[in-house]
Design a protein around this ligand. Structure first.
Ligand code: IPM
Ligand code: MG
Length: 359
C-alpha cells in the first residue's frame, strides 16, 4: 500500500484543535481510498519557541523537507508579540516558506451554496463566485533588503522595507498563474501598482511579455486599489488573480469574506519541486483558543488540497470536500458562520459530523 509521509505542524492558538479534526478525517479517508498516511507532528511558530527556543527549529524544517507534503494549522499569539522579530512565530512561517522554496501560493475562493447568507455581501453579488488568488510568496516587500529601523543624526527614527522583484521571480509566478487560468476559465487578471511603483512596472512588463506564450488566456491588469474595490463590487468578473506577496496577503483576506468567513479559506503553497505546504488562510485566533469554538473547515479544505495537489489523491480530496458541503447543507455551523435556524456546534462536534458524512 502507498505510504505518504506528512509533516503536521499544529502550531499555536486554535491550531492543535483544528489539526486534530483534520488528521482524524485524513486517516479515515486514507483508509477508505486505499493508502496510508504516516503523520509526523513537529513544533513550529510559538510552539517552536516554547519547545526549542526558535519559531522554526532546524529539525522541523528537515522533517518538512523529507516529507511528501506539509500540513500546517496556524501560528502566533499575543504572548510572542514582544519577542525580537527573528523569534516571532510569523518569522518561523516565513522561514519555512522560503526554506522550502514555496514561491506560489494558491488561495481558491469558492462560495458554498449553503453559506450564501453568511456573507456580508448581498446574495446576487456573490452567487457563483469562483476565483483563485495566485500570490507570490517568498519575494517582494516581505523579504526585500535593506530593511530595518535606524535613528538618524537628528534623533528621528525611521523604519523601512524594500519592495523588490527580479524578472525571473515575476516570470515563475506568472507562469503558474497563466497555467492555472488555462485549466480554469481562461482569464487572468494581474494586480499591481504600476502607476506609482517601479517594481510594479517591471511586474506588468514581464507579465505582458509572457502573454504571447498563452494566446488562449485573456490577460488584464488592475491597479491594486481598483482590484480591492472590484472584489466587493463584482467578484464574479474574476477567474485567476495574480498578485505580489503583499498585495495577495491583503486581497486574499478581503476575498475570504465573500465566502462568509475567513474560516472557510484553504491554501496551497508550492515550489518548483519538493513538498508543498497546505494551510488555512486564517490565523491562530488566540481569543477562542482551547474553547472548542474554532471552525475547522478551512483546515479540512486545506487537507483536501494536500490530497489533490500534494499527493495526487483526487478521489479522497473530493470526498473530504463533499463532506464539508454536506455538513453545511445539513445546517451545522460553528460560531463564525452561525445564523438563525442553523445548528450550533463546536470544533470537535463539527469534526464528528464530517466523519459521519464521510461514511
Ligand atoms: C497569511 C498570513 C501570513 C502572511 C502571516 C501570518 C505572516 O497573514 O498567510 O496570509 O502575511 O503571509
Ligand atoms: Mg494574511
Amino acid at each position: 500500500m502507498t505510504v505518504f509521509h506528512i509533516t503536521t505542524l499544529a502550531g499555536d492558538g486554535i491550531g492543535p484543535e483544528i489539526m486534530a479534526v483534520a488528521t482524524t478525517l485524513l486517516e479515515r479517508v486514507a483508509e477508505q481510498h486505499g493508502f496510508t498516511l504516516a503523520l509526523d507532528p513537529r513544533p513550529v511558530g510559538g510552539a517552536g519557541v516554547d519547545a526549542c527556543g526558535e519559531p522554526l527549529p532546524a529539525a522541523t524544517l528537515e522533517a518538512c523537507r523529507a516529507s511528501d507534503a506539509v500540513l500546517l494549522a496556524a501560528i502566533g499569539g499575543p504572548q510572542y508579540d514582544s519577542l525580537p522579530r527573528p523569534q516571532r512565530p510569523e518569522s518561523g512561517l516565513l522561514a519555512l516558506r522560503a526554506g522550502l522554496g514555496l514561491f506560489a501560493n494558491l488561495r481558491p475562493v469558492r462560495i458554498v451554496p449553503a453559506l450564501i447568507g453568511a456573507s456580508s455581501l448581498r446574495e446576487e453579488v456573490i452567487r457563483d463566485v469562483d476565483l483563485l488568488v495566485v500570490r507570490e510568496l517568498i519575494g517582494g516587500i516581505y523579504f526585500g533588503q535593506p530593511r530595518g529601523r535606524v535613528v538618524g543624526e537628528d534623533g528621528e527614527e525611521r523604519g523601512f522595507n524594500t519592495m523588490t522583484y527580479s524578472s525571473s521571480e515575476v516570470d515563475r509566478i506568472a507562469r503558474v498563474a497563466f497555467d492555472l487560468a488555462r485549466q480554469r476559465r481562461g482569464r487572468l487578471c494581474s494586480v499591481d501598482k504600476a502607476n506609482v511603483l517601479d517594481v510594479s512596472q517591471l511586474w506588468r512588463d514581464r507579465v505582458t511579455a509572457l502573454a504571447v506564450d498563452y494566446p488562449d488566456v485573456e490577460l488584464s491588469h488592475l491597479y491594486v486599489d481598483n482590484a480591492a474595490m472590484q472584489l466587493v463590487r463584482d467578484p464574479r468578473q474574476f477567474d485567476v488573480l495574480l498578485t505580489s506577496n503583499l498585495f495577495g496577503d491583503i486581497l486574499s483576506d478581503e476575498a475570504a469574506m465573500l465566502t462568509g468567513s475567513i474560516g472557510m479559506l484553504p491554501s496551497a503553497s508550492l515550489g518548483a519541486s519538493g513538498p508543498g505546504l497546505f494551510e488555512p488562510v486564517h490565523g491562530s485566533a488566540p481569543d477562542i483558543a482551547g474553547q472548542d469554538k474554532a471552525n475547522p473547515l478551512a483546515m479540512v479544505l486545506s487537507a483536501a488540497m494536500m490530497l489533490r495537489i500534494g499527493l495526487g489523491q483526487e478521489d479522497a480530496a473530493t470526498a473530504l470536500e463533499s463532506a464539508v458541503d454536506r455538513v453545511l447543507a445539513d445546517g451545522y455551523r460553528t460560531g463564525d458562520l452561525m445564523s438563525p435556524g442553523c445548528r450550533a456546534v463546536g470544533c470537535r462536534a463539527m469534526g464528528d459530523q464530517l466523519l459521519a458524512a464521510l461514511a
